[in-house]
Write a protein that binds this ligand. Structure first.
Ligand code: ATP
Length: 239
């Protein structure tokens, strides 16, 4: 079996003296959708950010495509075809949709700009209609689409998505998950997804991990985790 595209081993991360990650092991194989679920404050966003080098892992290792990226600066990691759509989306509010997408294409030196623009507009027709609108005036769902589209403009092999459904109406969240599934199925895009919306995220995922208090406590196939009583009790029932 080939090595995982992304492999974390014993990763710790700290904010000052406080440990936010306490020895995390995660594998993401090429072509998979892998989901990480967990309650507020479990350390999910920190894990995403640590993969990108800020904060840097204190112990352990992060290997991407057989390269050790544990101590690599963030701007170098971005060049390795890893793209991130962070929590809170962080699009450029004063820039137009088109300008935001250009920022995503900058990583590749605009090598396939027109082609990639046509592609993201076909995935998200709404963004095409709003190409000249300022990012900050888009709806929550449109901003999420823009954040994902911007990440796709860099032609990633691995897409890291931090809570793409946060604050979205259920129908819009469903659309976003369906785009992620299409990208994975049709283009083989590998996705590592952090979500509080455990039901949809685990249904979508080939495999999943549960994080509690900076540690992975459970892992397995997405649909199998959905059936686990401890997952149902903590993340699904009443939700
Ligand atoms: P949520 O689902 O609420 O976004 P999360 O699982 O993504 O939660 P993190 O944002 O990774 O959790 O936070 C993990 C822990 O680290 C929390 O206790 C949080 O308060 C703490 N933390 C996060 N960012 C910082 C920071 N910049 N400085 C200090 N502590 C932080």
């Amino acid at each position: 079996m080939s090595a995982p595209l992304l492999q974390l081993r014993g990763v710790t991360a700290y904010y000052g003296a406080i440990a936010a990650l306490k020895g995390v092991d995660v594998d993401v194989n090429a072509g998979e959708i892998v989901t990480l679920i967990g309650a507020n404050g479990a350390g999910k966003s920190t894990l995403m950010m640590t993969i990108f080098g800020a904060p840097q892992a204190r112990d352990g290792s992060i290997v991407y495509d057989r390269r050790d990226i544990t101590r690599m600066p963030t701007h170098e990691i971005a060049r390795l075809k890893i793209a991130q759509s962070p929590e809170g989306r962080r699009i450029f509010g004063r820039m137009s949709v088109l300008e935001n997408l250009k920022m995503g294409a900058a990583v590749t030196g605009f090598a396939h700009y027109e082609e990639d623009l046509a592609r993201v507009f076909s995935i998200f027709p709404r963004l095409k209609e709003r190409a000249n609108q300022r990012g900050g005036t888009l709806s929550g769902g449109e901003q999420q689409m823009l954040a994902i589209a911007r990440a796709l403009m860099s032609r990633p092999r691995l897409l890291l998505l931090d809570e793409p459904s946060l604050g979205l109406a259920p129908l819009v969240a469903k659309q976003i998950f369906s785009v992620v599934a299409d990208l994975n199925r049709d283009e083989g895009l590998t996705v590592f997804l952090v979500e509080q919306n455990a039901y949809h995220a685990l249904k979508l995922a080939h495999r999943g991990y549960v994080m509690v208090n900076g540690k992975i406590t459970l892992s397995g196939e997405g649909r199998e985790l959905l059936e686990r009583p401890e997952v149902r009790a903590a993340y699904l029932e009443g939700g």
